[in-house]
Design a binder for this molecule. Structure first.
Ligand SMILES: *[C@@H]1O[C@H](CO)[C@@H](O)[C@H](O)[C@H]1NC(C)=O
Ligand SMILES: *[C@@H]1O[C@H](CO)[C@@H](O)[C@H](O)[C@H]1NC(C)=O
Ligand SMILES: *[C@@H]1O[C@H](CO)[C@@H](O)[C@H](O)[C@H]1NC(C)=O
Length: 349
């Protein structure tokens, strides 16, 4: 009798507290089929601040309508937008160069817009090769940069990331990370680095020199970018990781920011902060400034930049109850563990 009650209680407890195992998108997030005719309305804002350091090496790019800006046909039946944050190191030239050229390489590719993911990856590599060439002509350009870019065509969102900037989507108040921070210590990056002959120093730096596992540029640093027949062998690579999603009515806004933002904000924390501000004034420019100012207040030591992209005209709605998906869910593993615990405890029933 008592045991039954305990089982009931434990089941309830487990189903409430053990969150469903996160099933992060492999390469794609599948939206609600019933909402698939949703077309986002885009508004964006950006802010950058020099932080407590002496030079600003970050750059960002906001293009709300590239079809118009580049005189292209609007084939997406919705917005055609491009955003990027570029966190430079060792000088600002690589960040500026990537900010200027990446979108152009994407749009000039003859496979655009069909093979969009392949086109974006190839644009990263072409930008990196073009920068290597520019540096070979002018050694003063030598520098490196991370590059996180977002392309929105109709309801399709594609995030590409090289380095440790981060993109976080707000879906009905819930933070969904759309990129992985490429730190040298990250298990998969570490394996890749070690397999390609690089090493990670005890302070977590790649070859003792860089705090990122992927970057554009840095051609001047010995032993980081080894090329063989036009293929980058690493250990430092420019190749981005891509994550795509079809936006739905549940998707409210996206934050992209350089690592200085994420030094002092957890992803959910930044989403909560931005969402509250957008509920107040519904202004993505002001909101990105407030996010950067708050990061400064929290003593982020880095150069800071952030872009906020809203997908709806109206301000985020009040969340009355948690999204139904997140409510009670049985965790199969939790129940099996409980069962075996009870079995082994002798089951005096
Ligand atoms: C920010 O600026 C500083 C100094 O100006 C520079 O050394 C640094 O590489 C820049 N970027 C980052 C990510 O710190
Ligand atoms: C593209 O076309 C669609 C409909 O044909 C229109 O609703 C949308 O506003 C256009 N997008 C841009 C950025 O002009
Ligand atoms: C988006 O939806 C289309 C069908 O409308 C589908 O073919 C595509 O795979 C989806 N993409 C993602 C990233 O979910």
């Amino acid at each position: 009798m008592c045991l039954n009650w305990i089982i009931w209680w434990l089941k309830t407890f487990i189903s409430d507290s053990v969150s469903p195992s996160p099933s992060p998108f492999k390469k794609s997030l599948v939206g609600h089929p019933s909402l698939s005719d949703f077309i986002p309305t885009i508004r964006s804002g950006a802010w950058a601040d020099i932080g407590f350091r002496s030079r600003m090496e970050d750059a960002y790019v906001c293009v709300d309508n590239f079809a118009q800006d580049f005189g292209l046909e609007n084939t997406s039946g919705g917005p055609n937008a491009f955003y990027g944050v570029f966190d430079g190191h060792g000088g600002k030239h690589a960040a500026d160069f990537a900010g200027c050229h990446l979108l152009r390489f994407i749009l000039e590719d003859e496979e655009f817009p069909q093979e969009i993911e392949r086109v974006i990856s190839s644009a990263y590599l072409r930008t990196d090769a073009a920068f290597a060439k520019a540096c070979s002509l002018d050694a003063d350009l030598a520098s490196g940069t991370t590059a996180l870019t977002v392309i929105i065509m109709g309801r399709l969102l594609v995030v590409a990331n090289t380095g440790d900037c981060r993109a976080v989507l707000c879906r009905q108040g819930k933070a969904i990370e759309m990129s992985t921070d490429h730190k040298p210590m990250h298990a998969r990056e570490r394996r890749r680095i070690e397999a390609s002959g690089g090493c990670i120093s005890s302070d977590g730096y790649l070859n003792g020199e860089l705090n990122v596992a992927r970057a554009l540029g840095d051609w001047h640093l010995e032993g980081l970018k080894i090329m063989c027949e036009n293929i980058e062998l690493g250990p430092l690579i420019a190749e981005p990781e891509l994550v795509s999603a079809n936006l739905t009515e549940d998707d409210e806004f996206l934050i992209i920011g350089c690592d200085g933002i994420w030094e002092v904000f957890l992803s959910q924390n930044a989403v909560d902060f931005a969402r509250r501000r957008l509920q107040e004034h519904n202004d993505p420019s002001l909101c990105s400034k407030e996010l950067v100012d708050e990061a400064l207040k929290r003593k982020s030591s880095d150069n800071l930049s952030a872009v906020i992209i809203c997908f709806q005209q109206h301000r985020p709605q009040n969340l009355i109850s948690p999204p139904s998906r997140a409510r009670r869910r049985f965790s199969a593993q939790g129940l099996m563990d409980l069962q075996s615990l009870l079995d082994s405890s002798g089951g005096e029933q």
